[in-house]
Design a protein around this ligand. Sequence first.
Ligand SMILES: [Fe+2]
Ligand SMILES: [Fe+2]
Length: 264
Amino acid sequence: MRILFVGDVFATPGMKAAMSFIADRREDHDLVVVNGENAAGGFGITRRHFEQLIGAGADVVTLGNHSFDQGETLEMLEESTRLLRPANLPVGTPGAGHSVVHTRSGERVVVVQVLGRIFMDPVDDPFRTMDEVLELAPPDVPVVVDFHAEATSEKKVMLHHLAGRVALLIGTHTHVQTADETVYKGTAYITDVGMTGVQGSSIGMRYEDVFHRLVTKLPRRYRPAEGQATVCAVSVEISGTRAASIQRLWAPQPRDSAVEAGGS
Ligand SMILES: [Fe+2]
Ligand SMILES: [Fe+2]
């Protein structure tokens, strides 16, 4: 089984790039997981963006700390098991943080997202949450984890905690791809898969808007950067419940993608 994981899709340039990239590689993969927390101009995801990603060939879309930036996402989370918010949010939060999905060939895979707690808003313990999810997970089914976290140290400790217990542990949220992909005790790992968006930016936003806020402390609306987007992803080969190999992908996309994406 081969799984494609696409990193945080950021605004319209990221959507265009992601859709074209996924459509091109859909046939080579049994399951496609996409982090879509920044699809809507950097802030969450709308129904249109979600449907476009699914239409392009994504099987599951994960979110993150921007899960609820768009009001309609609450309803979407109740409607679809293909859209996941973090599992370690307070009891009673709408939607699910993990689900069992089927690949095209009918094999089952567990997909889960957890949020980190270092330099982020307080949430439940992601390590204990993962233990609980794995206890509930059907045996002999590969597990894909999106660990949406800021701190490298926390991500590496999660690798220590989950090595040999999950097939993929993919870091998201920091938007800068790291070059440390590895397979450790059967777990494919990367500290951060990177952002699918305009790399010449402040993690997706225009430099000048972020600079203004940093040097003046005055509020200014952040606008997504425009231009050519690069897809950041990993492709992982799975044997049974263990990863056999991980390939890190950095794929600049043509500026005028043939696939139309929704506005930001
Ligand atoms: Fe993100
Ligand atoms: Fe995030």
